[in-house]
Design a protein around this ligand. Structure first.
Ligand SMILES: *Cc1c(COP(=O)(O)O)cnc(C)c1O
Length: 415
């Protein structure tokens, strides 16, 4: 359990909001976010980097809800986007375009044009043809785009293979050995100011050692580039700090990480950019679900709930673990069960062989640490409307995205 979610009189609360009341009024499945947890995690970064020229860019792909983005934007956050759609979202949320960085291996012409038009901070470019396209488009509109090359520091993030990105064989970035030559070629492109270096080695890192190793390698690259006359002014070290999904998981040493990278940045006299996503949004959210049925089959106990892989795909996709808490504590003892959804896939489980409260049909539970890579990966598979999202601020709560309707499911279709 984390700070924002706690029991009061046997009922799970988010800040001061009674989650049984939220589940009953807003319906389930339903995502609930704590504004205090979100902003508290954000402030850890801000405070750790205070006094240093820096930009903490929340990775929008972790959670793109406008209400959350607006809270962050008002606090002065930057944003890391990976698509034109995310650019649209952050602008709608009131973000300062000068604090937006654009990452991603496959930016389209239209996406680059929209970001140039908005006047974003910089582009993290991942290939030589992308640098050429960016330069051409900038020249055509009389602009000079600030750019960084995303370099692959070849550090093993020691995380799940699907969310590890910093090894030679991954599609992301440019290999470290090839980076300098590419910087030299691209530095002469007329439409770009090649002033940055960036990396992002993977996600859900609980140990900061690989992040620090990558930061050291990037700092060495900055020194080599400067020696060649390429004036690097900003260093973007990406995101990747993990969150404890299990009670026994350690919390990453964020303070230690920030202290080390701020020292590096101060020595290099660069503006430091970070792109945390999961660390900021993950612990701030929970997915509420209701038990539909209990059954025993093949010697196993199943809790069939109204949330599924279409709301939270992480268990199905990454075999991810999420703690499950009853919304109302009972004295009925505990059971071991598979907690599964209604979707027609064997991978549609939220937990397997999990020891949990003895929940009965009609009871509610919360799937914890679901604020990042939760709703954003929700789908309409099995024609399931996507769930609603609720934001809690103190004892107040409001629906910040209504539940989709059946009409939403067919919008745009031409029978
Ligand atoms: C996904 C991603 C992030 C955020 O990663 P987290 O693990 O959520 O912090 C940051 N930067 C880039 C380029 C990404 O692709």
């Amino acid at each position: 359990m984390n700070g924002a979610f706690h029991y009061r009189d046997g009922v799970l609360h988010c800040e001061n909001a009674d989650l049984l009341e939220v589940a009953e009024k807003a319906g389930t499945p339903c995502y609930v976010y704590s504004s205090a947890a979100l902003m508290g995690a954000w402030r850890e970064f801000e405070e750790g980097l205070g006094g240093l020229p820096h930009l903490v860019c929340f990775a929008v792909k972790a959670n793109g809800n406008l209400a959350l983005l607006r809270l962050l934007a008002r606090a002065g956050a930057g944003f890391d986007i990976v698509s034109g759609g995310e650019l649209f979202r952050v602008l709608r949320a009131g973000a300062d375009p000068a604090k937006v960085v654009f990452s991603g291996v496959g930016k389209t012409r239209a996406e680059i044009e929209a970001a140039l038009e908005a006047g974003i901070h910089s582009f993290n470019c991942e290939s030589e043809p992308e640098l050429h396209l960016l330069s051409d488009l900038a020249v055509r509109t009389g602009r000079r785009a600030r750019a960084a090359i995303r370099v692959n520091p070849d550090v093993d993030a020691a995380t799940h293979p699907y969310i590890s990105t910093g090894l030679q064989r991954h599609k992301f970035g440019i290999a470290m050995e090839e980076a300098e030559a590419l910087y030299e070629r691209a530095a002469t492109l007329p439409g770009i100011a090649l002033e940055g270096a960036s990396c992002h080695i993977g996600s859900q890192l609980l140990d900061i050692a690989p992040l620090l190793e990558a930061a050291e390698r990037m700092a060495a690259l900055v020194r080599r580039l400067r020696a060649k006359g390429i004036p690097i002014r900003f260093l973007d070290l990406g995101g990747g700090l993990g969150v404890p999904y299990r009670k026994e998981d350690p919390k990453p040493d964020v303070r230690g990480y920030l202290a080390a990278v701020r020292r590096l940045a101060a020595e290099l006299e660069v503006e430091l950019l970070l792109e945390p996503g999961r660390y900021i949004a993950g612990p701030a959210g929970a997915l509420l679900a209701r038990v539909l049925y209990r059954k025993r089959s093949g010697g196993k106990e199943f809790l069939i709930v109204d949330a599924s892989m279409t709301e939270l795909i992480r268990p199905a996709l990454y075999e991810a673990h999420h703690e499950m808490l009853p919304l109302r504590q009972s004295a009925r003892g505990r059971i071991t069960a598979d907690i599964v959804g209604p979707v027609c896939e064997s991978s549609d489980f939220l937990a397997e062989e999990r020891e949990i409260e003895n929940l009965l049909p009609g009871d509610y539970l919360a799937v914890m640490t679901a604020g990042a890579y939760g709703f954003v990966m929700a789908s309409n598979y099995n024609a399931r409307p996507r769930p609603c999202e609720v934001l809690v601020e103190g004892s107040a709560w409001r629906v910040v995205r209504r539940r989709e309707t059946y009409e939403d499911l067919i919008r745009g279709e031409e029978p």
